[in-house]
Design a protein around this ligand. Structure first.
Ligand code: HEC
Ligand code: HEC
Length: 216
């Protein structure tokens, strides 16, 4: 834990994170059991949005997130939250409906498929990060490749406008997570924009893929 975090009172969420890491490893163990080959079939309906270049959510408008290369434990957690309704996707609940149609096995398998055989590997940051990134690096890595066991998602290569929307969601409380609401709540708008821009520009990172296998 950096001095900066202690001074700014950011240590409390970190303690929560450490407590939660046990849960995250349990989820990771479950993910390891996921059948990626079967998951590829479950993923068929997902290409309709996650496999269309530049596809956007409307009201508010932001890019559909990239989920190829995402951590399996995070995908399992996210789909579980959509399914339970604790994470609401807009007024129409598109992702809530998608997740509701999946069994726990479907979720574990589809997570293994999207995560891929080899997890993204951090290679350190390219360039000089904006100061705020020091606060995020303990979990998301300086280059947006998440530290295993923290439950944090990979942010590298993600669409910047999606990251901004997620951070605004935590700030407004429309997206709930004790850890991230603590961190996002302390961010000024310029920090939100700077962090999103930084992580979006990092490589290697997340990607989108068409049903044909073409990556972009
Ligand atoms: C109709 C379009 C659409 C379809 C089909 C769709 N998604 Fe999504 N998905 C979205 C949008 C838009 C978001 C961002 C929602 C938000 O901001 O919470 C999202 C978010 C997600 C997230 C969270 C990503 C993150 O970084 O937090 C996961 C995981 C996900 N989708 C998995 C799937 C899976 C698995 C399928 C197929 C079973 C699927 N999606 C089908 C549009 C779609
Ligand atoms: C103590 C660990 C920790 C720290 C530090 C942290 N995060 Fe997170 N972050 C998480 C976890 C865990 C999640 C998943 C929360 C959820 O399920 O909603 C997350 C989720 C996110 C998301 C949502 C991504 C998506 O795909 O929707 C964004 C954006 C994000 N963090 C940005 C940041 C930024 C910017 C900072 C620094 C100011 C930061 N985080 C600091 C643990 C952390």
């Amino acid at each position: 834990m950096s001095l900066k975090m202690v001074r700014s009172g950011l240590w409390a969420p970190l303690v929560v994170a450490l407590a939660l890491s046990t849960l995250a490893s349990a989820a990771a163990a479950q993910a390891a059991a996921g059948d990626a080959v079967r998951g590829a079939k479950v993923a068929y309906t997902c290409y309709g949005c996650h496999g269309i270049p530049d596809y956007r959510n409307t009201y508010p408008t932001y890019h559909v997130p990239k989920i190829f290369g995402q951590r399996a434990d995070y995908i399992i957690a996210a789909l579980g939250e959509y399914k339970a309704g604790t994470r609401q996707h807009g007024r129409n609940g598109t992702m809530n409906a998608q997740a509701a149609s999946l069994s726990d096995k479907d979720i574990a398998d589809v997570a293994a498929f999207f995560a891929g055989a080899t997890p993204l590997k951090g290679d350190g940051a390219t360039g000089t990060p904006p100061a705020i990134v020091a606060t995020c690096a303990a979990c998301h890595g300086p280059d947006g490749v998440a530290i295993a066991g923290t439950g944090a998602p990979n942010l590298a290569g993600q669409h910047a406008d999606y990251l901004v929307n997620s951070l605004h969601g935590y700030q407004k409380g429309t997206r709930q997570n004790a850890i991230m609401q603590g961190f996002a709540g302390q961010l000024k708008e310029e920090d939100v924009q700077a962090a999103a821009k930084w992580f979006a520009a990092q490589s290697p990172g997340l990607w989108a893929q068409k049903a044909s296998g073409a990556k972009y």
